[in-house]
Design a protein around this ligand. Structure first.
Ligand code: BES
Ligand code: ZN
Ligand code: ZN
Length: 475
């Protein structure tokens, strides 16, 4: 028996061979896949997502159907989790390129994106003590230049996503309105953008009374951040509006029990809009974007809005507040009306707007509303390319009458209650957008996950950042 001692810090290496299935769920093997018949049978039985140790010491992993980009993403997430669970410093990845039906550059792009996405932990209060995965060596035939471009771009996008994750994961006692503003200023400073703050006085002068009403009981004053990125002098402006409720208690219609949990995440829309504009600037995208971030705390206090209050906002429409928990649409209404007045090409809003969206589409799919066919098709295509779930819901005329109020132009909740909650919230917003093409993304489900899912650690996800960036990237 040989016993040896060493002071050397050893690297623990793992090699994973990623395999694919054909349309009949048969393992695709070619000459470069040196598997025995036994190994093939076992891996085929394991099926998509299954893995088995191979005789040569490697790990065989069955990604899924050849050509399925989501299977590539899952493979990256599997790699990351396996490396973490077993404390490997270095992982080698072998693809049999001819197996995947996806061009090498695209394979590298999708795989490395999911790998970067996996490599996140919110560690402000609890440090990550696990062994770091230092290196992943992907054995794939692509040029150095292409590899560099792909990795650089993915790193920029991940930086944007992680900014959103850090902001949304931060508890409400940390990510206050002041802190949000400070974080936005720092992030913008880094990429040459400036933040214009519309403070309480300015909001009052402008008549943004819906935003003011929602925030009137908050510990810190409501405000709106305005950030402009100009990347193409020949094109019109686009607006990105994000819901920024730093905590949603429900107000006087206090949220019951468990519904209060995670309501620190109600500023995810605003954080994502910030992530989008800083990423657009870092990527030097050829487009113009203004981000509008209305920020407020929906607090309970003697100064809170009452039910029955009637408020006239920026658009001069009167709104009867029949539920103080339907606050997101109120702050967005002022921001959307302000954006629309400037006659932009397009307005996109992102908001954790309705619990009903979570019920209808779950936590993996965003509800999307569109007023323009071409914009819709491009947005759905962008979502597909980035692997983000997005499904269209209708701006159904049938339900417009549900938002009637006896004493004001609009009620902020629908009657009958509970019916089509995501749609009626969207219809409410639509009445504040008259000129521009408009996309409304209700990210109440996907913005924040209860548990880990593929390349998404539990908590904030940065959902829809990648899709919107891709939308502006593709002409
Ligand atoms: N922020 C919530 C929506 C939400 C719920 C986001 C769960 C993420 C997870 C929003 O302000 C809200 O409370 N909406 C109400 C509207 C209702 C009062 C018409 C809702 O969905 O219950
Ligand atoms: Zn609410
Ligand atoms: Zn809310």
């Amino acid at each position: 028996m040989k016993i040896s001692f060493t002071n050397e810090c050893r690297k623990y290496e793992l090699t994973i061979t990623v395999l694919f299935l054909d349309s009949d769920d048969k393992l695709i093997c070619n000459d470069s896949t040196a598997l025995s018949e036994d190994e093939k049978t076992i891996l085929e039985k394991a099926g998509a997502g299954g893995s088995r140790p191979l005789k040569n010491g490697e790990l065989g992993y069955v990604a899924g159907k050849a050509g399925d980009e989501n299977a590539i993403r899952k493979a990256a997430a599997f790699l990351y989790k396996t490396a973490k669970n077993y404390s490997y410093n270095v992982v080698n990845i072998n693809f049999s390129a001819s197996n995947s039906n996806i061009k090498n550059n695209r394979l590298a792009e999708v795989f490395s994106d999911a790998l970067f996405m996996s490599d996140y932990k919110y560690d402000l209060f609890k440090k990550d003590e696990s062994i770091a995965l230092e290196e992943v060596v992907i054995h794939l035939d692509i040029s150095d230049k292409d590899a560099e471009n792909i990795l650089q771009k993915n790193a920029v996008i991940t930086k944007g996503i992680n900014l959103v994750r850090d902001m949304v994961n931060a508890p409400a006692n940390i990510m206050t309105i002041d802190k949000f503003e400070e974080t936005a200023k720092n992030a913008c400073n880094e990429c040459g953008l400036t933040v214009n703050v519309l403070d309480k006085k300015t909001l009052t002068e402008k008549g943004m009374n819906l935003l003011l009403a929602v925030g009137q009981a908050g510990i810190q004053e409501p405000r709106m951040l305005e950030i402009v990125y100009r990347g193409n002098p020949d094109e019109k402006m686009n607006f990105i509006v994000g819901k920024g409720i730093v905590f949603d208690s429900g107000g006087m219609n206090l949220k019951p029990g468990n519904s209060l949990n995670d309501m620190k995440m109600d500023m995810a829309g605003a954080a994502t809009a910030l992530g989008i504009i800083t990423t657009a600037a870092n990527l030097k995208l050829s487009c113009n974007i203004t981000a509008l971030l209305p920020l407020a705390e929906n607090a309970v206090d003697c100064k809170s809005m009452h039910t029955g209050d009637v408020i006239v906002g920026y658009k001069k429409k009167s709104v009867e507040i029949n539920n103080t928990d339907a606050e997101g649409r109120l702050i967005l209404a002022d921001a959307l009306a302000y954006a629309d007045e400037q006659k932009p090409e397009l307005i996109i809003d992102l908001a954790t707007l309705t619990g009903a969206a979570l019920i209808a589409l779950g936590s993996k799919i965003t509800a999307g509303f569109f007023t323009d066919e071409a914009v819709k098709n491009k947005m759905l295509k962008s979502a597909q390319a980035t692997g983000e779930g997005l499904w269209e819901l209708p701006l159904a005329d049938e339900y417009r009458s549900y938002l009637k109020s006896n004493i004001a132009d609009l009620s902020n909740i629908s009657s009958p209650p509970r019916e089509a909650g995501t749609i009626t919230a969207a219809l409410f917003l639509q009445s504040f957008v008259e000129n521009a093409k408009w996309v409304h993304l209700d990210i109440a489900g996907p913005a924040f996950l209860d548990s880990d899912w593929n390349a998404y650690p539990a908590g904030a996800t940065g959902a829809m950042l990648k899709t919107v960036i891709r939308y502006f990237e593709t002409k």
